[in-house]
Design a protein around this ligand. Structure first.
Ligand code: PEP
Length: 247
C-alpha cells in the first residue's frame, strides 16, 4: 500500500488537477501493483471521490471523531467519511498528537469508531528524536501501539504506519536497520496483542519518503508500503514512489 497524506494542502482546482493526473497514471496499462490511497483534506473528499474511485484509487480521511454523531463542533465522524466514499482513515498522526493533544487513548477510540464505520484505519506511531537518541524508540512505539489499538479489528482493517516524528518533512530518515527492526517489533507486538500468531499485518513506513529513496526503503524486509506526505503533492513524484511495486 502507498498512501498519500495531503495534510492541510489543496484547494478545489489544484486538488481536482492532482486527482485527475493520478487517475490518468493509474489507468495506464503499466499501473503499479499496490493499493493506492489518497487522503486529501476533508473539504476535497466528495469532490475527488469519483475521479479517484473510477480509476481504482481508494479515498481516505485524515482524522475522525471517536463518536458517531453529536455536539462536537468542527469534528468529522467516521460515518461521515464513509458516507463521502472513504474506505480508509489516517489516525494518530504525530501532527494531530502534537497540535491537538491527542493521546493514544483518544486515538484508540477513533480507531474503534473507524472500524465500526467499516473503514480501514491507518494507525500512525513513531518516536521523537529524543526517544531515538535515548535508545527508547522501541519502547515508546510499543507503548503507543498497545494503547492505541482497540480490542476490535485485525490485520484486515488496521494498517500501521511507522512514522518517526523527527523524519517527517525533514529529509532525514532512519537507516535500513532501524526501520527493519521497528517494523519487526510492531508486527510482533500486533500479533501478540491481536492473534497470537502470524497476522499478515501491513506496516508502512512514513517520513521523508521521496522518489529517490523509495526504492531502498520499500525494499527493506518488513516494509509493506509507505505513507507519503510532501512528495504526494506532485503526481509525478508520488507515482514514482508507487512504481516501486512493479509495472
Ligand atoms: C507524513 O506526515 O505522514 C509524512 C510522511 O510526511 P513527509 O513525507 O512529508 O515526511
Amino acid at each position: 500500500m502507498v498512501a498519500a497524506n495531503w495534510k492541510m494542502n489543496g484547494l478545489r482546482r489544484g486538488g481536482r488537477d492532482l486527482a485527475r493526473a493520478l487517475a490518468g497514471l493509474k489507468r495506464a496499462a503499466d499501473a503499479p501493483a499496490c493499493d493506492i490511497v489518497i487522503c486529501p483534506p476533508a473539504t476535497l473528499l466528495f469532490e475527488l471521490r469519483d475521479a479517484l474511485q473510477s480509476a481504482g484509487i481508494a479515498l481516505g480521511g485524515q482524522d475522525c471523531h471517536s463518536e458517531g454523531m453529536g455536539a462536537h463542533t468542527g469534528d468529522i465522524s467516521a460515518d461521515m467519511l464513509a458516507d463521502c466514499g472513504c474506505s480508509h482513515v489516517i489516525l494518530g498522526h504525530s501532527e494531530r498528537r502534537m497540535d491537538h493533544g491527542e493521546t493514544s487513548k483518544m486515538v484508540c477510540g477513533k480507531v474503534a469508531a473507524a472500524l465500526r464505520a467499516g473503514l480501514c484505519a491507518i494507525l500512525c506511531v513513531g518516536e521523537s528524536e529524543d526517544d531515538r537518541e535515548a535508545g527508547t524508540a522501541l519502547e515508546v512505539v510499543g507503548e503507543q501501539l498497545r494503547n492505541s489499538l482497540p480490542e476490535a479489528g485485525g490485520s484486515a482493517d488496521i494498517v500501521i504506519a511507522y512514522e518517526p516524528v523527527w523524519a517527517i518533512g525533514t529529509g532525514r530518515t532512519p537507516n535500513a536497520g532501524e526501520i527493519g527492526e521497528m517494523h519487526q517489533h510492531i508486527r510482533n507486538l500486533f500479533d501478540a496483542l491481536k492473534t497470537g500468531g502470524k497476522s499478515g499485518l501491513r506496516v508502512l513506513y512514513g517520513g521523508s519518503v521521496n522518489a529517490e529513496n523509495a526504492g531502498d526503503i520499500l525494499s527493506i524486509a518488513g516494509v509493506d508500503g509507505a505513507l507519503v506526505g510532501g512528495a504526494s503533492l506532485s503526481a509525478e513524484k508520488f507515482w514514482n514512489i508507487c512504481a516501486h511495486y512493479g509495472r
